[in-house]
Design a protein around this ligand. Structure first.
Ligand SMILES: [Zn+2]
Ligand SMILES: [Zn+2]
Length: 169
């Protein structure tokens, strides 16, 4: 499936806020399906509220976005979509400044794509998990322990249990 929404939806024209001056703000809610954020990142969805506030230094972006990252669970290798919550609090400088990581473009466009990409990269550096308590694969036989059990672990425990039985006698 190669259908996705262009990351153009993450480019917001903030001309009206720049013109309104410090103190003005604008609330919106994202609800975008499969979205290509960057060449190397497609997320399953982006949802959540975003507030844009005009400050003397530019536009402050605040919000809480939920995205779904598709990939392989690093423990059990199942295909999963992990929900990642991205708390957003970032100043987009205007006019652009060399000390600010993000800035509003000359044409008053604020592009959320680089910010979302950076946050998703941070959130997924440790790999994604199908669930918090994923049991992973058996290191001996490769059985996915979320779906079934194998005898390897039982074999490992048996001698100790045997010893314990001896002790109890
Ligand atoms: Zn897993
Ligand atoms: Zn096993």
């Amino acid at each position: 499936m190669n259908t996705y929404v262009s990351n153009r939806v993450l480019k917001i024209n903030v001309g009206f806020l720049l013109a309104a001056g410090p103190g003005a703000n604008h609330d919106s809610v994202f609800d975008v399906p499969t979205l290509k954020v960057a060449e190397d990142l497609t997320v399953d969805y982006v949802r959540g509220p975003i507030r844009l506030s005009r400050t003397a230094a530019g536009i402050l972006v605040q919000g809480k976005l939920e995205t779904g990252i598709a990939g392989e669970c690093y423990r059990c290798l199942d295909d999963v979509t992990q929900n990642v919550t991205i708390p957003v609090e970032e100043l987009y400088a205007y006019p652009a400044s060399s000390t600010s990581e993000f800035s509003v473009h000359e044409d008053a466009v604020l592009d959320l794509a680089p910010l979302i990409r950076a946050e998703v990269m941070i959130a997924s550096t440790n790999g994604i998990l199908c669930r918090e308590d994923c049991k992973g694969l058996c290191p001996e036989c490769g059985t996915n322990l979320n779906h079934s059990t194998c005898n390897c672990t039982l074999d490992n425990i048996d001698p100790r249990l045997a010893g314990l039985k001896q002790f109890l006698k």
